[in-house]
Design a protein around this ligand. Structure first.
Ligand code: B12
Ligand code: SF4
Ligand code: SF4
Length: 266
């Protein structure tokens, strides 16, 4: 790997790799962001951003761990954008475009194909050091970099995530998004009494961590060293709380307030 690229990427993310864009072409996600892909894309530089914090940060928490830290879209975009500015100076004839989450790149597949870890039965990417507690972001480039992986490997398939899922959402092809609690508690408008009960029973006003908490591959997951995450923990939401800059902001105040009210109902 080009040493200059390694230096730039090492300062953006604690773990990253490269895969062939062609290996992802047939799996691209149809979304508005697809129009930003460079026409002659050759590689995807996939970066992972660990977000697990030490236990005291989750005391009395009523939201998913990914939502305890400040909105990852902002943190990752700014880190990748800085990397891109440096890469453009090094390779002025090439294109570099950043994405995270709101991305045509199926990010779990990109991380797997970049050789960074294994695929979980819960459909999440499991990093060799940080477990499932990582966000994924990427830089799509026209630069024909050396790839760091190509094969997809799988978890131990112990079945613990399937057993523990409160909505029995996990099937042979991963979770059914319509049944996943993480999708249900993001829905706008009124929920069915069954959906309300699921949220109430989970004790979680945003997201769901159950299929990660039970995963044995997370037992020794390393803590995040990303200072923007370490310094921004807010483990609990209450009615009227500040939502700006948090993962639950994008669905608007009504959705998180509705979920808080469900948790507070007798
Ligand atoms: C839509 C979406 C959701 C939906 C649907 C999720 C689902 N499982 O379908 C909902 C709202 C439910 C959701 C929930 C969550 N999400 Co989400 N989600 C996405 C999003 C935007 C698109 C996913 C998608 O449709 N991918 C298309 C599928 C077909 O591709 P894929 O993701 O690469 O996965 C496939 C391959 O791995 C493939 N596969 C199997 N065998 C093989 C073999 C080969 C050769 C290859 C190449 C691939 C392959 O199987 C997978 C499933 O089809 C991604 C961001 C993105 N752009 O990818 C985040 C993303 C997957 N979500 C993320 C997170 C953190 C979550 C939650 C943990 C949040 C929470 N705590 O509540 C939950 C977890 C729920 C769960 N168990 O999946 C992270 C996952 C990080 C990780 N470690 O994997 C992502 C990557 C966002 C990010 N930038 O970090 N999510
Ligand atoms: S709980 Fe078991 S089956 Fe599920 S992702 Fe973890 S190792 Fe794989
Ligand atoms: S996030 Fe929760 S509801 Fe969704 S698959 Fe995992 S355990 Fe099931």
């Amino acid at each position: 790997m080009n040493k200059k690229i390694a230096r730039v990427m090492d300062s953006a993310a604690p773990s990253w790799g490269v895969c062939d864009f062609e290996a992802l072409r047939s799996r691209l996600i149809d979304c508005r962001a697809k129009s930003r892909l460079p026409e002659d894309a050759k590689r995807v530089i996939t970066a992972v951003f660990p977000y697990l914090l030490s236990e005291e940060n989750y005391e009395n928490s009523n939201i998913s761990k990914y939502a305890v830290v400040s909105d990852y879209h902002t943190v990752i975009n700014s880190r990748l954008q800085k990397a891109v500015e440096e890469l453009r100076e090094l390779f002025p004839d090439d294109k570099f475009v950043t994405f995270t989450d709101n991305s045509p790149i199926p990010e779990v597949s990109a991380a797997l194909l970049s050789g960074l870890g294994v695929m979980g039965e819960n459909s999440l990417f499991i990093h060799e050091k940080y477990g499932t507690y990582v966000f994924i972001g990427e830089i799509v480039t026209t630069l024909p970099l050396e790839c760091t992986g190509s094969e997809v490997k799988f978890c131990a398939r112990c079945g613990k995530c399937r057993e523990a899922c409160p909505t029995h959402a996990i099937g042979d092809r991963g979770p059914d998004p319509s049944k996943c609690l993480s999708a249900i508690n993001q829905k706008k408008g009124e929920l069915t009494p069954e959906e309300e009960k699921l949220i109430k029973d989970s004790g979680c006003a945003w997201g769901c961590d159950i299929c990660q908490t039970v995963c044995p591959m997370n037992r020794k997951a390393a803590l995040s060293e990303i200072k923007e995450f370490i310094e921004s923990a807010v483990p609990r939401v209450e009615s009227g709380c500040e939502i700006s800059g948090r993962a639950y902001e994008w669905r608007g105040k009504k959705v998180i307030e509705r979920n808080i009210a469900i948790l507070e109902k007798d």
